[in-house]
Design a protein around this ligand. Structure first.
Ligand code: ADP
Ligand code: ASP
Ligand code: MG
Length: 430
C-alpha cells in the first residue's frame, strides 16, 4: 500500500479538490491507498484567530468562525455537493463542536481550547474530500485520525505513544484496505487517552502521513506540494533555485531540522526507520517526477539555503560574573525544554551564553521570568537566520550583501549566519 498526503495548498478551493480526486483516481491500481489531508488553504491560520478571539470576545470569535463556515459552504456548493445531506450534517456537527468550546464560559487552558477548535479544519476538509471521491465513484472510507494517533496531553505538540498508535492504525486500516477502500483521514490531529483532541504542531500533517506509513509498512509515501519537489531554497524567497532529484534520508533530516519548510521536521525519522521512500511531487504537474528521499548514500549536493525569519538572539549573563559553566547550561536547557524553545544556534563565552531562537514574545517573556534571579537577559529581536548546507565561498557574499552579520557559525560545510536586515530590503528576493 502507499500513503498520499495533500496539504492545504492542494485543497484551497473546489478546483483543488477536483484535482486531488483526479490524482487519486489515476493512482488506483495495484496499490491500496491511504490519503491524509490538511485543512483547506489558510483555514488553520483563520482558526487560530478564532481561538485568540475566544479569549477576548466570544461574539467576535463566533463571527470569525461563521466566515470560515461560509467559505467551506462555498467550496461544497462549487463542487455540486449542496444536496449531499450526510456531508452537510457532518460538516454542521464539526462546526457545532467548535462553537461549544468557544461559548464555554468556564476558565479553559488556552492550548487545550486551541486543539479542540483548530482540529475542525482537518475534519471538515476530509469530509469534503470523502464526498468528492464518492461522487466520482471511488470506493472510500473516512477514518477519524483521532482513533489512529494516540498522544500524551502536551497540547499543541502531542507526543506520539507509538505502541498503541501502531496497533490502532493496523487494526483500523488493514481490514478497510483489504476491501480495496481508499482511506481518507486527517493530518495534524490525534487524541489523548481521555478522548480529547490534540494536535501534533503546526504543519504536522506530513508527520501524520509518516506515522501511518511506518505503521502499515507502506511501499512509499508521497507528499503532494505546490512546488516541483525539494528545491535548493524556498522559491518564494530565492531566485535561481533548482530541483534536487534525490536526497538521502540524512540530508533531508538536516535540511528540515534547519527549517526548510517543505517537509515537517519530524517526518523523515519514522520513514527512515522502516526504509520507506518519500516522494515530494507537484499536485500542479502530477505527471512529473519530483524528489525522491531514500537511502544512506550521500551524493554531491549543490548549496542548499534555508532561511528562518523572525528570530531573536537571547543573551544570558551571570549576575555575579561567575563563569557560565555546565551546571548553568544544564539548568537553562531544562527550561528551554519545559517551554519548548528550540535552540537554532548557540555560542558561549566566559560569562555569557547566547542562543538564537524563534522570536515568540510570550515564551521569551516567560523564559526571562524563570531565569531572572540568576541571569541578566538581553533580547536582540527581528533577526533572520540563514543556514547554508554544502556552502561554497562564492555564494556567501552575494547572499549576505546588504545585511549586517551579527553572528556566524561554521561546522564542516554548513554555515549559519544571523543577520539584521535593513527594513526596506526585508522582502526582496535573493
Ligand atoms: P502544504 O500545502 O503541504 O502544507 P507547505 O506550504 O507546508 O505545503 O510546503 C510547501 C512550501 O514550502 C512551498 O510552497 C515553498 O514555498 C516552501 N519551501 C520552503 N523551502 C523549500 C524548499 N527547499 N523546496 C521547496 N519548497 C520549499
Ligand atoms: N493544517 C495544519 C497547519 O496548517 C497542519 C498542516 O497543514 O500540516 O499547520
Ligand atoms: Mg503546510
Amino acid at each position: 500500500m502507499v500513503v498520499f498526503k495533500f496539504g492545504g495548498a492542494s485543497v484551497k478551493d473546489a478546483d483543488g479538490f477536483r484535482n486531488v480526486a483526479d490524482i487519486i483516481r489515476n493512482h488506483q491500481g495495484e496499490d491500496s491507498l491511504v490519503v491524509v489531508v490538511s485543512a483547506t488553504g489558510k483555514t488553520t491560520n483563520a482558526l487560530e484567530e478564532v481561538i485568540d478571539k475566544k479569549f477576548m470576545n466570544t461574539s467576535d470569535a463566533l463571527k470569525e468562525l461563521e466566515k470560515i463556515r461560509i467559505s467551506h459552504q462555498h467550496i461544497i456548493s462549487s463542487l455540486g455537493l449542496d444536496n449531499e445531506d450526510t456531508l452537510q450534517q457532518l460538516v454542521h456537527e464539526h462546526f457545532v463542536e467548535a462553537e461549544w468550546i468557544i461559548e464555554e464560559t468556564r476558565e479553559m487552558n488556552y492550548d487545550y481550547a486551541y486543539d479542540q477548535v483548530i482540529a475542525i479544519g482537518e475534519l471538515v476538509s476530509s469530509r469534503i474530500l470523502e464526498a468528492t471521491l464518492k461522487s466520482s465513484g471511488i470506493n472510500t472510507s473516512w477514518v477519524d485520525a483521532r482513533s489512529l494517533i494516540r498522544t500524551d496531553e502536551t497540547w499543541r505538540e502531542g507526543r506520539v505513544q507509538w505502541n498503541i498508535t501502531n496497533d490502532q492504525i493496523k487494526d483500523t486500516c488493514l481490514p478497510l484496505l483489504t476491501q480495496r477502500k481508499v482511506i481518507v483521514t486527517q493530518g495534524f490531529i490525534g487524541s489523548t487517552a481521555e478522548n480529547n483532541t490534540v494536535t501534533l504542531g503546526r504543519e504536522g500533517s506530513d508527520y501524520t502521513a509518516a506515522i501511518i506509513s511506518a505503521a502499515l509498512n507502506a511501499r512509499s509515501m508521497t507528499i503532494w506540494k505546490d512546488v516541483p519537489g525539494v528545491l535548493t531554497g524556498d522559491p518564494k524567497v530565492f531566485d535561481n533555485v533548482t530541483k534536487l532529484d534525490r536526497l538521502s534520508f540524512m540530508e533531508a533530516i538536516e535540511m528540515t531540522y534547519y527549517g526548510a519548510k517543505v517537509i515537517h521536521p519530524k517526518t523523515i525519522q519514522p520513514l527512515k526507520n522502516k526504509n520507506i521512500p518519500l516522494n515530494v511531487r507537484s499536485f500542479i504537474e502530477p505527471q512529473k517526477d519530483g524528489t525522491i528521499i531514500f537511502g544512506e548514500i550521500e551524493r554531491e549536493y549543490p548549496p542548499i539555503v534555508v532561511l528562518e525569519r523572525n528570530q531573536a538572539l537571547i543573551h544570558f549573563s551571570s549576575k555575579d560574573l561567575s563563569f557560565i559553566a555546565e551546571d548553568h547550561l544544564a539548568e537553562l536547557f531544562k527550561i528551554f525544554d519545559q517551554l519548548r524553545i528550540k535552540v537554532n544556534l548557540m555560542r558561549n563565552t566566559a560569562i555569557s551564553f547566547t542562543i538564537c531562537a524563534s522570536n515568540q514574545r510570550a515564551k521569551i517573556a516567560e523564559l526571562q521570568k524563570k531565569v531572572e534571579q540568576q541571569f541578566s537577559v538581553i533580547i536582540d529581536p527581528d533577526l533572520d537566520l540563514y543556514t547554508i548546507r554544502h556552502c561554497n565561498e562564492t555564494m556567501l557574499p552575494k547572499l549576505l550583501s546588504e545585511k549586517i552579520i551579527i553572528l556566524e557559525e561554521r561546522i564542516r560545510n554548513t554555515v549559519q549566519v544571523v543577520v539584521k536586515n535593513a527594513p526596506d530590503i526585508v522582502h526582496k528576493k535573493h
